[in-house]
Each structure stands twice: as C-alpha cells, then as structure tokens.
Design a protein around this ligand. Structure first.
Ligand code: HEC
Ligand code: HEC
Ligand code: HEC
Ligand code: HEC
Ligand code: HEC
Ligand code: HEC
Ligand code: HEC
Ligand code: HEC
Ligand code: HEC
Ligand code: HEC
Length: 313
C-alpha cells in the first residue's frame, strides 16, 4: 500500500509542477519582459531610493491596490502607472527625467498629459464634463486639488491637497469662502455641507459649475417646498432666487441681498407706507423686525385664496 502511495504522490506533484511551468510562470515572465521592453522597472526599484514616498502611497486607496493587490495590468505597473516608464531615470541615478511624467511645480509635462493619466481611470460619472470646464480650460490640473502622496489631505477622504473642501477651494476662491463666514450662511462651517454640495468642481453642463440645470433647480434639490406651482405666484421667485438671495453668505438675515424693506422697494415703488398700517388700526412698530414680511409672510408664493394674492398666508 505504502509503496504505491509514494510514487503516486510524486507523480501528482510532478504533474502539478509541469502544469504550473507551462501555464502561469512563463506567462508572468513574458509580461514582465514586455514591461521591461517598454522601459518599466517595477515599484521595488523605485522603493530603494524613494522609501518614504513608497510607504506613504501604500497607505492610500490607490497605493493598496497598485503596490499590493493590483487588479489589472495598468495598476500592476505601480509607481510607473502614473509616472511612466522609469528606466532612464533609474539608470541615471535619479538625475534624468526622460520619459517620465511629473506632477510637481515646475514640471515640463503638459497639463493635458498629467490629467490624461488620471482620467484614464477616473473619467466616468463626476468627470464626464471635465473637458472644457472652467478649471480644465484654465490649466487647473487634477493635482492642484488632489494629492496623491504629499500634502495635508493625502491620507484623508478624496485625497485633497488640503484637509477640507473649503480649504482646498480657498487657495484660489477666497471671496466665496470668506462669504460663508458672514452672519447668514449655508451650514458649511457647521460641517453639514461643503462647496461641493452645490458645485461639481470637475465640470458640469450648467453655468458656474453648479449641480443643477439652473440656479433654481439647484436650490429646489434641497428646498423643494418652494418649487410650487403656486396658485398665486411671485414673479421674481419664479425667475431666479438671486433676485433676493445670494448663495454664499450675507450680513442680512436669510441670505438676503439687502434688508427686507430696501429689497422690496427695489421693485415695489408705489405702495402703501408704514402709516397705512396705523390707518388700519394696527399699531406702529409693525415695520420693526420682519418689516414687509410681517404681513406678506408667504413671499415665495401661496395657495391660500384668503390673502394669497398678497402673500399673507
Ligand atoms: C537611484 C535612485 C533612484 C531610483 C531607483 C529612482 N529615483 Fe526617482 N529620484 C531620484 C532622485 C535623486 C530624485 C531627485 C532628482 C531631482 O530633484 O531632480 C528623484 C526624483 C523623482 C521624481 C520627482 C520629479 C519631480 O517632479 O520633481 C519622481 C516623480 C521620481 N523620482 C519617480 C521615480 C520612480 C517612479 C522610480 C521608479 C521607476 C524612481 N523614481 C526611481 C532617485 C531615484
Ligand atoms: C496615482 C498616481 C501616482 C502614483 C501611482 C505614484 N505617484 Fe508619485 N506623484 C504623483 C503626483 C500626482 C505627484 C505630485 C505630488 C502629489 O500629488 O503628491 C507625485 C510626486 C512624486 C514625487 C515628487 C514629490 C515628492 O513627494 O517627493 C516623487 C519622488 C514620486 N512621486 C515618486 C513616486 C514613487 C516612488 C511611486 C511609487 C511608490 C509613485 N510616485 C507613485 C502621482 C503618482
Ligand atoms: C490605473 C488606474 C488609476 C489611475 C491612473 C489613477 N487612479 Fe485614482 N484611483 C484608482 C482606483 C482603483 C482607486 C480606488 C478605488 C476608488 O476609491 O475609487 C482610486 C482612488 C482615487 C482617489 C480617492 C477616491 C476617494 O473617494 O477617496 C482619488 C482622489 C484619486 N484616485 C485621484 C487620482 C488622481 C488625481 C490621479 C492622477 C494623478 C489618479 N487618481 C490616477 C485608479 C486610478
Ligand atoms: C478644483 C478642484 C478639483 C479639481 C481640479 C479636481 N478635483 Fe477631484 N475632487 C474635488 C473635490 C472637492 C472632491 C470631493 C467631491 C465631493 O465631496 O463630492 C473631488 C473628488 C474626486 C474623486 C472622488 C470622488 C469621485 O468623484 O469619484 C476623484 C476620484 C477625483 N476627484 C478625481 C479627479 C480627477 C481625475 C481630476 C482631474 C481630471 C480631478 N479630480 C480634478 C476637487 C477637484
Ligand atoms: C488652483 C486654483 C483653483 C482652485 C484650488 C479651485 N479653483 Fe475654481 N477656478 C479657478 C480658476 C482659474 C477658474 C476660472 C476663472 C474664474 O472663473 O475665476 C475657476 C472657476 C471656478 C468656478 C466657475 C466660476 C464661474 O464664474 O463660472 C467655480 C464655481 C469654481 N471655480 C469652484 C471651485 C471650487 C468649489 C473649488 C474647490 C473644490 C475650486 N474652485 C478650487 C481656480 C481654482
Ligand atoms: C448653496 C449652494 C452653494 C454653495 C454651498 C456654494 N456655492 Fe458657489 N455658487 C452657487 C451658485 C448658485 C452660483 C452662481 C451664482 C450666479 O449665478 O450668480 C455660485 C457661484 C460661484 C462662483 C462663481 C463666481 C460667483 O461668485 O458668482 C464661485 C467661484 C463659487 N461659487 C465658489 C464657491 C466656493 C469656493 C464655495 C465653498 C466655500 C461655494 N461656491 C459654495 C452656489 C453655491
Ligand atoms: C445641498 C443642499 C442645499 C442646496 C443645494 C441649497 N441649500 Fe439652502 N440650505 C440648506 C441647508 C441644510 C440649510 C440650513 C437649514 C436649516 O438650518 O434649517 C439651508 C438654508 C438656506 C437659507 C436660510 C439661511 C438662513 O440664514 O436662515 C436660505 C435663504 C437658502 N438656504 C437658500 C438657498 C438658495 C437660494 C439655494 C440655491 C442657490 C440653496 N439654498 C441651495 C441646503 C441647501
Ligand atoms: C422676492 C424676494 C425673494 C425671492 C425671489 C426668493 N426669496 Fe427666499 N426669502 C425671501 C425672504 C424675504 C425670506 C425671509 C422670510 C422669513 O424670514 O420669513 C426668504 C427666506 C428663504 C428661506 C429660509 C426660510 C426657510 O424656509 O427656511 C429659504 C430656504 C428660501 N428663502 C429659499 C428661496 C428659494 C429656493 C428661492 C428661489 C426659488 C427664493 N427663496 C426666492 C425672499 C425671496
Ligand atoms: C425683483 C423684483 C421684485 C422684488 C425684489 C419683490 N417683488 Fe413683489 N412683485 C414683483 C412683481 C413683478 C410682482 C407682480 C406685480 C404685478 O403683477 O403687478 C410682485 C407682486 C407682489 C405682491 C402681490 C400684489 C400685486 O401687486 O400683485 C406683493 C404683496 C409683493 N409683490 C410683495 C413683495 C414684498 C413684500 C417683497 C419683499 C420681500 C417683494 N415683493 C419683492 C417683483 C418683485
Ligand atoms: C401691516 C401689514 C402690512 C405691512 C407691514 C406691509 N403690507 Fe403690503 N399690504 C398689506 C395689505 C393689507 C395689502 C392689501 C392692500 C389692499 O387691500 O389694497 C397690501 C398690499 C401690498 C401690495 C400690493 C398693492 C400695492 O399697493 O401695490 C404690495 C406690492 C405691498 N403690499 C408691498 C409691501 C411692501 C414692499 C411692504 C414693506 C415696505 C409692505 N407691503 C408692508 C399689508 C401690509
């Protein structure tokens, strides 16, 4: 019994080795040889001189995949997935950057080539309209906002160049970020929203990179109650919320462009004065606080036949 068992196991073992030899192993060697022919050297060689960069990258979602668990041929190139073939660079001891793609300040790699590297894998969904977008057309590359291995946000969600979305945008759009610090504002500093709640920085079909076909549609996506249709409509509301509001912050309550009375008077010049209120037996002081909207409460539109035409209810 034992005497048959040993040769049988040996035979099975040899068969397995043979199968492995003719299938997997040579294919892998061929892959590597093909990569070498194209000038790729593999991440282990880069690691010898760039150990810290290597370790940092290994902690990010891309690093985990590219360096440890590649899912496809592109990812398997490791560092060279993004930086291009490194043979010339390695042979020169790091002095030459021939054939390399570089993303740092002063790089000679054109913006479109840098972005092309990222878009090869990230073009879908959010970045469908990148080409021709305000950022793309002004040479704002992906890595002006994203850090792959250096930068405060490199280890955070979305790998931004700064820790938060606002801080990232603030490097170029100080005015809008500062506006969010005003008395009335969307809850950005409270952490409930960020600039990207309303904007898609990667490109949209709409103006101003907003996440909606129009400004109004954007507002309705969170403030649906003002969509209407109302039986009694207030024309400026139907036209554009920014007839009265401003998006980024205001020193007046509820993001208004001006104090209520001044705001209404921009369009309603020939109307009753505060005295009118006294005549009606309502005591003075009615214009204090909410001013016109003390009475005209439903200023965005009304469905109430009793006072609706004047937006009382
Ligand atoms: C023999 C050591 C060595 C090896 C191996 C090496 N590098 Fe470098 N690398 C350097 C040195 C030195 C610099 C700095 C040169 C400079 O400042 O111009 C550098 C700079 C770089 C830069 C920075 C360019 C910039 O934008 O400033 C990149 C990117 C880079 N290497 C990528 C790689 C990749 C990818 C590999 C593997 C394919 C690799 N390196 C392998 C030594 C090496
Ligand atoms: C996903 C694309 C990508 C991969 C993969 C990648 N890099 Fe980079 N690399 C970048 C970008 C983008 C920059 C510009 C700085 C930044 O965003 O962190 C950069 C900058 C560098 C720099 C110069 C700046 C610095 O931090 O010193 C070196 C050196 C470098 N990479 C080496 C490597 C090495 C080594 C690997 C592999 C371990 C690698 N890179 C993998 C995209 C990549
Ligand atoms: C070979 C394909 C490939 C390339 C090239 C590539 N990425 Fe990635 N990237 C991925 C994959 C896969 C992930 C991890 C899965 C995921 O989170 O979507 C990822 C993750 C990311 C994330 C994190 C997503 C999140 O929500 O946290 C950012 C940001 C990112 N990549 C930006 C870039 C930038 C910028 C470049 C160019 C310098 C680039 N990528 C190049 C495939 C790639
Ligand atoms: C102007 C700044 C900016 C630029 C330029 C930019 N991004 Fe982003 N990106 C962001 C912000 C902000 C987020 C987070 C979005 C969110 O919270 O919804 C993000 C999210 C991402 C994500 C993760 C979420 C997702 O959409 O899958 C990926 C991947 C990404 N960007 C890739 C890219 C690539 C590739 C480019 C270049 C073609 C690029 N980004 C250019 C600001 C930018
Ligand atoms: C590196 C600089 C830079 C960063 C960072 C940056 N932007 Fe921009 N942004 C620009 C430039 C340049 C333009 C085009 C010129 C202009 O309209 O001001 C632009 C245009 C825009 C526009 C369109 C303006 C218009 O009038 O149509 C919006 C919206 C915008 N950026 C939002 C953002 C948001 C949100 C962020 C953060 C996620 C951000 N940007 C980060 C430089 C930047
Ligand atoms: C509540 C939604 C909302 C938020 C949050 C928001 N924006 Fe805007 N943003 C808009 C709208 C809507 C416009 C278009 C205004 C117009 O049509 O005049 C705009 C316009 C812009 C413009 C173009 C110039 C201008 O001021 O009209 C820039 C730049 C911009 N936003 C950047 C930012 C940045 C940076 C943040 C984060 C601090 C941010 N936005 C947050 C809705 C928003
Ligand atoms: C991504 C969701 C979102 C979008 C889009 C949005 N908002 Fe808001 N808005 C909010 C949240 C959340 C609040 C805070 C509500 C609260 O505190 O109860 C708010 C509050 C407001 C307030 C009251 C502010 C105050 O100081 O009381 C006004 C006015 C306003 N939004 C107008 C707009 C306009 C106009 C638009 C379109 C440009 C818009 N919003 C788009 C989420 C959004
Ligand atoms: C005719 C001027 C005017 C226009 C146009 C206008 N609003 Fe208002 N809105 C106001 C006034 C005045 C207030 C303050 C009401 C109050 O305090 O009772 C207000 C308050 C708000 C509030 C905060 C109160 C709440 O319900 O949380 C939101 C949100 C709002 N408006 C959204 C919108 C949206 C969305 C649009 C565009 C469809 C719009 N507004 C158009 C005048 C206007
Ligand atoms: C951008 C211009 C504009 C602003 C700002 C504006 N309105 Fe109007 N409002 C109109 C127009 C246009 C009508 C329709 C007038 C008509 O049909 O004769 C109207 C109608 C009205 C009506 C209905 C009575 C009527 O004559 O049909 C009342 C009440 C009213 N507005 C109050 C206000 C109040 C209160 C404010 C300030 C919160 C305000 N409006 C801000 C343009 C504006
Ligand atoms: C004390 C309550 C009250 C206050 C405060 C008030 N209104 Fe009125 N408003 C009314 C009443 C009641 C009517 C209907 C008048 C009528 O029956 O002819 C009216 C009618 C209107 C009309 C339509 C008729 C016209 O005169 O054109 C407009 C526009 C209007 N108000 C705007 C305003 C504005 C703007 C303010 C703030 C400066 C304001 N109201 C403050 C009660 C008020």
């Amino acid at each position: 019994m034992r005497r048959i068992f040993v040769p049988a196991v040996t035979l099975v073992f040899l068969l397995l080795v043979f199968l492995l030899c003719i299938s997997k192993a040579p294919a892998k060697e061929e892959d590597q040889k093909a990569d070498k022919d194209k000038g790729y050297v593999g991440a282990e060689i880069c690691q010898t001189c760039h150990a810290k960069v290597y370790d940092n990258l290994a902690k990010t979602s891309m690093g985990v995949l590219f360096l440890k668990h590649p899912q496809n041929a592109d990812q398997k190139l490791g560092c060279e997935t993004c930086h291009g073939p490194g043979t010339a660079h390695v042979n020169s001891g790091g002095k030459s950057h021939a054939g390399q793609i570089r993303f740092t300040q002063g790089t000679t790699t054109p913006a479109s080539v840098q972005d092309g590297v990222c878009l090869k894998c990230h073009q879908k969904r959010e970045r469908l309209f990148w080409d021709g977008s305000p950022h793309e057309s002004h040479g704002i590359t992906c890595v002006k906002c994203h850090a792959v291995h250096t930068g405060p946000g490199a280890m955070a969600r979305h790998q931004l160049t700064r820790l938060t979305v606002e801080d990232t945008c603030a490097t170029c759009h100080k005015e809008q970020v500062r506006a969010e610090m005003k008395f009335s504002h969307h809850p950005l500093r409270e952490g409930k929203m960020d600039c990207a709640s309303c904007h898609n920085p990667h490109g949209t079909t709409s103006d101003h990179l907003i996440r909606g076909l129009t400004n109004k549609e954007l507002c309705f996506s969170c403030h649906a109650q003002y969509r209407g249709p109302y039986i009694f409509q207030h024309p400026p509301v139907m036209e554009d919320c920014f007839n009265c509001h401003q998006p980024h912050g205001s020193n007046f309550p509820t993001l208004l462009k001006a104090p209520v009375e001044r705001l209404c008077r921009e369009c309603h010049v020939t109307f009753h004065t505060p005295n009118f209120a006294v005549n009606r037996g309502v005591r003075i002081g009615i214009m204090v606080g909410g001013a016109c909207i003390n009475c005209h409460r439903n200023i965005h539109g009304s469905n109430n036949f009793n006072g609706g035409p004047y937006f009382f209810h």
